[in-house]
Design a protein. Structure first.
Lengths: 211, 204
C-alpha cells in the first residue's frame, strides 16, 4: 500500500458479502469499479487486476513477443492504472478497459522505462497475487500437450480436404471464399468444419484447463 | 449471436491473430476483449489452434519423406542411398589419384629410364631387357642406318595400342616414345613408309 493512502475499509467488504447481487466486485460494471477504486476500495482493486490482468498480458505478449517482458509491462500497467484511479480517477470511467489498454500500449511502445520495471514496488503485491490466479490458457498447458490436442482435433476431421480447410483458414490470410473455391466446398461446409474443429479443440482443452 | 455474426466474429479473430487486418480493427477487438470473457476465450483458443497447426505442420514436413514410406520400402531405399554414398566416395578417391598422376606427369621428372631398342635386338633375334619393374620409360629406336625420312610406330600392350604415323628420327637417328605407364609385354612395331624397315621389339 502506498504511503498516505487509506487502507481497505472493512465495512465495504462486509457490504459486498451481504449483497452479492448488487455490490460484489465480481459483477461491478467497469465504471463502478473505477469509482470504488477512487474511493479506496481494495477489493475493487483486486477485482480490476483479476478481470483485466490476463487479457492485458495476452495483448502485450502479442505486441512484444517476449513473455517475461510482457509480464513486466503488465505489472507496470496496473501500477500506473491503479495509481491514476486512486489519485485522480479517469475522465470517462465507462471506458475503463480502453484506458487500461491504452496505458499498456503506451508502456509497450515506450519500453525504455526499464527503471520502473526493474524496481518492483513491495506495496503492489495486489497485482502479482491477483494475476497469478489466472495465467494465460497457453501457459496452463505444455506445448507438447497443445500439439497433441491439435493432432487429436485433426484426427477427428477424417477428410483430408477438411484438414486443408482448417490449415488454410488458420495459417493463411486467404479469404473464406477463395478457400471454398479452391477446395470446391460450400460456405456451409466450410463453416461446419471450422465450427466442429473449434468445438472439439475446446472440449479437449477443457479436460486440461478451466475455461 | 446468430450464425452470421459468429462467422464474422471468427473471421475478425483470424485477421487479428494473423495480424492481417487494419490496426484500428485490432485495437477495437483487443479493447472489446477486455470486457468480454467469452471473446477472450475464443481468441485464446483460436490462437492455440493456430499455433498447434504450425507445430504439427513443421512436424509433418520434417517427417513427410520417411513418413510416407512404409518400413518395407524404407530399408531398400536406405541401402541404395548407402551404396550411392560409397560409390561417390570411391569416385572421389579415384579422381584424387588421377589428379595426382596428371600432376606428376605434367611436371618435370628426373631419373626416367631410357630403353634403347637396337636393331639387332629386334624380335627376330631376342626380347629386350625386362621392363616389368618400370612404371614409365622412354623407348628409343635406332633407325640411323636408314635413309627413310618417315616411320610409323605402333605401341601395343595390355592396355591397348597406339599408332603414330610419319615420325621423323632425331639428329642422332633415333625415334623416341615416352610411355607413362609401362605394362608388361610391351610390343613396339616400327616400319618405314617405303617398307625398307619393319621391326618388332618386345619388352617383358
Amino acid at each position: 500500500m502506498p504511503p498516505g493512502r487509506a487502507g481497505p475499509e472493512p465495512g465495504i467488504a462486509v457490504l459486498m458479502r451481504d449483497d452479492p447481487e448488487t455490490n460484489s466486485a465480481a459483477v461491478l460494471r467497469p465504471a463502478d469499479l473505477a469509482t470504488r477504486i477512487a474511493a479506496g476500495d481494495a477489493m475493487a482493486e483486486v477485482e480490476l487486476v483479476r478481470r483485466y490482468s490476463t487479457k492485458i498480458e495476452f495483448i502485450l505478449r502479442r505486441r512484444c513477443r517476449d513473455a517475461s517482458m510482457a509480464a513486466d509491462l503488465r505489472q507496470e500497467t496496473f501500477i500506473v492504472v491503479l495509481q491514476r484511479l486512486r489519485e485522480r480517477g479517469i475522465d470517462d470511467p465507462e471506458r475503463l478497459a480502453a484506458f487500461i489498454y491504452q496505458t499498456a500500449i503506451n508502456l509497450a511502445i515506450g519500453e525504455a522505462r526499464t527503471y520502473h520495471r526493474r524496481n518492483t514496488h513491495p506495496d503492489w503485491d495486489v497485482i502479482a497475487s491477483a494475476a497469478d490466479q489466472q495465467p494465460l490458457l497457453s501457459d496452463q498447458i505444455e506445448q507438447e500437450e497443445r500439439a497433441e490436442l491439435i493432432r487429436n482435433t485433426l484426427k477427428a476431421l477424417r477428410q483430408p480436404r477438411d484438414r486443408q480447410i482448417l490449415r488454410r483458414f488458420y495459417l493463411t490470410e486467404e479469404p473464406k471464399e477463395s478457400i471454398c473455391a479452391a477446395l470446391e466446398v460450400s460456405a456451409e461446409h466450410f463453416d461446419r468444419v471450422i465450427f466442429r474443429a473449434r468445438a472439439r479443440f475446446r472440449k479437449l482443452l477443457e479436460k486440461h484447463v478451466e475455461l | 449471436m446468430n450464425q452470421h455474426d459468429d462467422q464474422r466474429q471468427q473471421e475478425r479473430i483470424q485477421r487479428y491473430l494473423l495480424s492481417a487486418g487494419e490496426s484500428a480493427d485490432s485495437e477495437r477487438l483487443e479493447i472489446e476483449m477486455l470486457d468480454d470473457d467469452e471473446l477472450f476465450a475464443q481468441v485464446q483458443i483460436d490462437d492455440m489452434i493456430r499455433e498447434g497447426l504450425v507445430t504439427t505442420k513443421i512436424e509433418s514436413t520434417a517427417g513427410s519423406i520417411w513418413g510416407m514410406l512404409g518400413v518395407p520400402t524404407r530399408w531398400p531405399l536406405q541401402a541404395v542411398i548407402g551404396l550411392f554414398t560409397l560409390a561417390v566416395v570411391a569416385m572421389g578417391i579415384r579422381m584424387h589419384t588421377l589428379t595426382q598422376q596428371i600432376d606428376r606427369l605434367s611436371g618435370p621428372q628426373v631419373q626416367v629410364p631410357v630403353i634403347t631398342l637396337m636393331e639387332q635386338r629386334a624380335l627376330a633375334d631376342s626380347a629386350q631387357p625386362a621392363a616389368a619393374d618400370l612404371q614409365q620409360a622412354i623407348l628409343e629406336v635406332d633407325v640411323s642406318a636408314y635413309m627413310t625420312q618417315s616411320f610409323d610406330v605402333t605401341l601395343q600392350d595390355s592396355a591397348g595400342s597406339n599408332t603414330w604415323h610419319g615420325l621423323k628420327a632425331d639428329q642422332r637417328g633415333y625415334l623416341t616414345v615416352f610411355v607413362p605407364a609401362l605394362h608388361e609385354d610391351v610390343e613396339l612395331q616400327v616400319s618405314s613408309a617405303d617398307g625398307s624397315f619393319n621391326k618388332t621389339y618386345r619388352l617383358n
